[in-house]
Design a protein around this ligand. Sequence first.
Ligand SMILES: [Zn+2]
Length: 318
Amino acid sequence: MIRKKKPIANGNDKIQFKRLKTEIEAADAIVIGGGAGLSASAGFTYQGQRFQKHFREFEKKYGFHDMYSGGFYPYQTAEEYWAYWSRYIQINRYENATTLVYGMLLNLVKGKDYFVITTNVDHCFQKAGFDKKRLFYMQGDYGLFQCSKPCCQKTYDNKKWIDRMVEEQINMRIPTELIPKCPVCGRPMTMNLRTDDRFVEDAGWHHAALRYYDFIQRHKGLRILFLELGVGYNTPGIIKYSFWKMTAENPNAMYACINDGEAVYPQEIESQSICIDGDIGKILEEIDGRLTCNGCSDDGREKNDKARKAYQVKSIAS
Ligand SMILES: [Zn+2]
């Protein structure tokens, strides 16, 4: 029903940056939709150098060439499976982002009435200091385990388990006694990720869902900005299509999309759309005039990391 359109701006379009900044300032409320592209901009890439650094010997043994494929590999034993996944979770959930894109985003919306819905399961919003009560991680969290059946709607923080599995694995196998088991029924544990209908929606998930839908209800008809960042087409119904629909239903709403390669809007909401094609971190730097654009180049980015980090910490603390 909705036709897609070509992006209306590239990463250098100052007019669109200005429009977006104006909308952020003028909005009564902002709903941020965070997808995989946002974490990619934060340095969480799943192939290339980063894959090589952490999974070189897995590549040699199993023949996959990126972390995503490694997650689907049919490991013969639980010991091998958890050797892979514990490393994966440790670097993608417990390590910090290498760029400050989440911090910059927080600076942009700080003081505004905002809410975040995300399909990311890497905890980056929380690590950057976003208010937990304004977040809905609807697809789960790498940092939680659940029963594989599941026998009950409970989740468990997995940091201690993961750390031990990483530390004690030898030749890409964890010791058998470290295979995580459900404390209630003894079945194997699995990650709390929505991969099928066994996904556990625990109490925290339900509270977050309620807060999100309540936020949407309370701001119906108001000047609301739907800010979509790095959302692809794996599960477009959750954020993208729902943002398009809510924008179409509310003449006071605006839809903004920043995406590296897939920044599009449907024709039906053309006059309410701002689309910018490019790296989210670089574009946020442009929009937030307080941050210099020196960090836009890869060389400059490194040099400016320190300065920007200090800026970010100061901003979050204030
Ligand atoms: Zn169980």
